[in-house]
Design a protein around this ligand. Structure first.
Ligand SMILES: [Zn+2]
Length: 252
């Protein structure tokens, strides 16, 4: 059903959450927009102005890396200033109650961790932009020191091992990491309630995860401003504001 109004959405969702024992929250850009982080894919979003730099260009070209770091530091204020939204806090409450063992996210903004979910229980399908890693040895680098060096020299950073350093995100053309995808599929296969929050469910293979949950017998809830291709198979579709819908579940 499509919730006819906010009160109905909250009431039906409350029943579904009370009945559930193993909830899998799955989040996309829509959960973070309230924090000021734009949906890069939306019309007018960053990606329509600045075409994303494909992974093969990043590794092949020092100029592409320079441009990538320039862009990254241009939006640093947005990421650094962002705080968890009401949606993040509600999902963190489900986690702390033991109803949700982990959260699966397409977001790269670290806001689930900031909301109180342990890092190992945030399954990031597209990585994380708030730190960097060496593509060869996987050593972790913080962005602050990289920025200082970059702004002084305009030279993209390299690892001590000689490898290329990149934000810990999954770029276009870069292989999706196996392990997060496997964990997400495992959770989807064994949950009884799957909550898709703020994802337009168009980016595959991530969008296949809610479908897998549904096929394994879970209830499926889709909370998203715009219609999605899975609305027809969902048990509850909510198009109201995510923060308004989830606020009553904070701290319960
Ligand atoms: Zn290295």
């Amino acid at each position: 059903m499509i919730a006819p109004d906010l009160d109905t959405a909250i009431a039906v969702l409350r029943d579904l959450i009370e009945d559930a024992e193993r909830i899998v929250p799955f989040t996309g850009a829509g959960i973070s927009t309230e924090s000021g982080i734009p949906d890069f894919r939306s019309p007018g979003g960053l990606w329509t102005k600045n075409r994303p730099i494909p992974f093969e260009d990043y590794v092949a070209s020092v100029e592409a890396r320079r441009e990538a770091w320039r862009r990254r530091f241009n939006i640093e204020a947005t990421f650094a200033g962002a705080r968890p939204t009401r949606g993040h806090l509600a999902l963190a409450s489900l986690y702390k109650m033991g109803k949700a063992a982990a959260v699966v996210t397409q977001n790269i903004d670290n806001l689930h961790q900031a909301s109180g979910i342990a890092a190992q229980d945030v399954i990031e399908l597209h990585g994380n932009t708030t730190y960097a890693v060496c593509l060869d040895c996987a050593r972790r680098y913080e962005l602050g020191p990289i920025r200082e060096t970059f702004e002084a020299s305009e030279e993209p950073p390299d690892c001590d091992c000689g490898g290329i350093i990149k934000t810990a995100t999954v770029s276009f053309g870069q292989a999706m990491p196996d392990q997060p995808m496997r964990r997400a599929q495992e959770l989807a296969a064994h949950c009884d309630l799957f909550l898709s929050v703020g994802s337009s469910l168009v980016v595959w293979p991530a969008a296949g995860i809610p479908l897998m949950a549904k096929r394994n017998g879970a209830r499926l809830v889709i909370i998203n401003r715009d219609p999605t291709e899975l609305d027809d198979v969902a048990d509850l579709v909510v198009r109201n504001d995510i923060g308004d819908v989830l606020a009553p579940f904070i701290g319960h």
